[in-house]
Structure formats: structure tokens, C-alpha cells
Design a protein around this ligand. Structure first.
Ligand code: MG
Length: 376
């Protein structure tokens, strides 16, 4: 990159956002930060703003810092995304709040480094169609999709995608153990350090389910051609099989710095934060096994929702998220997350091609109904 790449980060105070700033600090001659958006964590956002001096900051409340314009709320996020100064926007907010700003950025022809799953799970058809029409790159930050993005040269030659899953903390526990799991046990992820909602999703494998849907949209691949394999060491981040039987996998130490850096510097590569050189002999062994669909029914729910299409994935996402919040609040047990989500999916009248407003309506309708079921 000869001239500095102008970047904004939505969700700069979260797990992906803070690591992205570590990457940018290391590559400071490559980037200029236009805006940082941080939601509720005002103190951290202030520190980041003082350190990185963006032109704009955005939070849930106004922040006074000399020389930096303060924006607020989701309107602020959309303002950032319609600022054509940006070369790329890292969308790392969690939840549905990422969707509308992402669409704004696409409309303005700004490339997206996408770390927000909901954008594709809720509105993948709309988002990918718009991006294609606008000639906008959507580069995935999610480690599995980033891996696949790195493996693919020509999508039309690809036979299938193979998404790896660490298996989470319950991989070798019984269904009974899972039924009695506490919040602390569910949050004890063996490989990745992430936010609470996504960590519970990793324990139930719903995170993998959502990733199947993401992969379908990102790579325009039918669900029949997306496989999941459990790989506890999280060294193989995912793979693709070409039509001629050749398999290409992306391998590396489990660090989110690498996919974040890949996405924001694409198509170039720099040394950046790489902690140490990769050694096959130090890794010594890699294990793979079939996922247990009985123990982790989320995978089936996700395949089903994905194949049904339309608003089915909106329902899946909203019901699951509400159930996860209830679990984190000790209102329900871990296994209830599946049962509640499944119940909501059964009752849902699928809208085939919902527009963005309908997607948001359906989302809040499902959330309200899910909370009612939880209350009992
Ligand atoms: Mg992932």
C-alpha cells in the first residue's frame, strides 16, 4: 500500500476492535484512522481516540475531545459508513446493529472487512447482491471464512468448503454434562478468547451453524457443499476441496490478529503482529473428527434454516440470541437454548424474500415471542 489506507472501525472497543487497533499500531505507516465507534465503553473509546487521533468518534453518548468530532448512536454509525473518505470499514460491532451501516458503506462503494456474523445471517442475499452490484469487496475476518478466502483462487473450481470447529468446552463431555452446565463452564472456551455471547455459541456449536450460513453467502456455495469437521487444536482454520480432489487448507497459530490483519490489508501482506514462525514439528499432531449432530443439534438447526432461506435464518439468529442471553442470566439451562430456538423455528412463517425493514420487523417479533416462551 503506497498511500495510507483510510479505515474506520465500528466496534473498536470489542474483542476484534481492540485487536485490530493493535495491528494498526504495528502498521501505523500503512493506515490512517477516520473514525472509531465504541458503543458503551466510553472510557476505553476515549483512550483509543487520544492515542489514535481519528477524525470522528461515535458512542452512545457525546464525548468531548478537542479536535475530534463526536457522533452518537446508530445514526453516527451510518454517518461514518457514508463518509467516502474511507477506503475500508471494519465492521466489528456485535449483533444486528452492524447491518444497516454495512449496507450504507456498500452503497458508497467502500470495501468491508466483515467481523459481524449477523449481517450475513440476517440479510446475506441482500448484502451480497448489493456488494456485487457496487463492486465492493467483502473480506471476512471470521477465522474460518478468512481461511477459505485465502484458499480460493477460482470459486467455480471448488467442489466443497470444509469448515473446522474447535468443538468448544463440551467436545468430550456427555449430553448429561451439557444439560447441567453452568455459565462458567460454557464460557471456558479452550482455544479462543471472545465475547460472552459468541463463546456460548461456540459451546453449543451454534457459532459454527451461523458460520455455515455466512459461508453460504460469502462464497455462494450450496449448503450441501459445506461440511463441518471438528479439529480441537484450531491450527487448520478451514479448507476447500477442488473438483479434482485437491484440498487446500489454511494453517496457522490460533490468533485473531492474523485474520484481522489479512482482511484490512488485503490484497497485500505485511509482517505485522506475527508472534513467531509456524512450526509443524512443534504442533506435532492434528486431530479431526465428525461433529456429533445429536449432542450439538444447533448444526442441524442452522443447515435447516439455511436451506429454507428467506426469513428462516433471521428467526434462527434472533431466537438463539435471546435464549443465549437468558442462559447468561441464569434463566434457562444450556440445552434449553436449542429447544427454544427449535420451537421458534417450527412456529415461524417463513417470508421468502424479506426486505431490510421486514427483516428488522421479523427480528423483533421473534425476540419478543422468544422472551415470552422463556418467561413461560
Ligand atoms: Mg469463527
Amino acid at each position: 500500500m503506497n498511500k495510507k489506507r483510510k479505515i474506520s472501525i465500528l466496534g473498536s472497543t470489542g474483542s476484534i476492535g481492540t485487536q485490530a487497533l493493535e495491528v494498526i499500531e504495528k502498521l501505523q505507516d500503512k493506515f490512517e484512522i477516520i473514525a472509531l465507534a465504541g458503543g458503551n465503553n466510553i472510557e476505553l473509546l476515549k483512550q483509543q481516540a487520544l492515542k489514535f487521533r481519528p477524525k470522528y468518534i461515535c458512542a452512545n453518548e457525546k464525548i468531548e475531545i478537542n479536535g475530534i468530532s463526536s457522533l452518537t448512536g446508530s445514526e453516527g454509525l451510518e454517518d461514518i459508513c457514508s463518509n467516502r473518505e474511507n477506503d475500508i470499514i471494519l465492521v466489528a460491532v456485535s449483533g444486528k446493529i452492524g447491518l444497516k451501516p454495512t449496507l450504507k458503506a456498500i452503497d458508497c462503494g467502500i470495501d468491508i472487512a466483515l467481523a459481524n456474523k449477523e449481517t450475513l445471517v440476517m440479510a446475506g442475499d441482500i448484502v451480497m447482491k448489493k456488494a456485487k452490484e457496487a463492486g465492493v469487496n467483502i473480506i471476512p475476518v471470521d477465522s474460518e471464512h478468512c481461511a477459505i478466502h485465502q484458499c480460493i483462487k477460482n470459486i467455480s473450481q471448488v467442489e466443497k468448503l470444509i469448515i473446522t470447529a474447535s468443538g468448544g468446552p463440551f467436545l468430550h463431555k456427555t449430553i448429561e454434562d451439557m444439560k447441567n452446565a453452568t455459565v462458567t463452564q460454557a464460557l471456558a472456551h479452550p482455544r479462543w478468547n471472545m465475547g460472552r455471547k459468541i463463546t456460548v455459541d461456540s459451546a453449543t456449536l451454534m457459532n459454527k451453524g451461523l458460520e455455515i450460513i455466512e459461508a453460504h453467502h460469502l462464497f455462494n456455495m450450496p449448503y450441501e457443499k459445506i461440511d463441518v469437521v471438528v479439529h480441537p487444536q484450531s491450527i487448520v482454520h478451514s479448507a476447500i476441496e477442488y473438483k479434482d480432489g485437491s484440498v487446500i487448507a489454511q494453517i496457522g497459530l490460533p490468533s485473531m490478529h492474523i485474520p484481522i490483519q489479512y482482511a484490512i490489508t488485503y490484497p497485500e501482506r505485511f509482517e505485522g503482529i506475527k508472534s513467531k514462525s509456524f512450526s509443524f514439528s512443534e504442533i506435532a499432531r492434528l486431530d479431526f473428527e465428525k461433529p456429533d449432530f445429536d449432542k450439538f443439534p444447533s448444526l442441524n438447526l442452522a443447515y435447516e434454516a439455511g436451506k429454507t432461506g428467506g426469513s428462516a435464518t433471521v428467526c434462527l439468529n434472533a431466537a438463539n440470541e435471546e435464549a443465549v442471553f437468558a442462559f447468561l442470566n441464569d434463566q434457562i439451562r444450556l440445552y434449553d437454548i436449542y429447544q427454544i430456538t427449535e420451537k421458534m423455528m417450527e412456529k415461524h412463517n417463513v417470508v421468502k424474500t424479506p426486505d431490510i425493514d421486514e427483516i428488522f420487523e421479523i427480528d423483533s417479533e421473534i425476540r419478543t415471542k422468544t422472551r415470552e416462551i422463556i418467561k413461560g
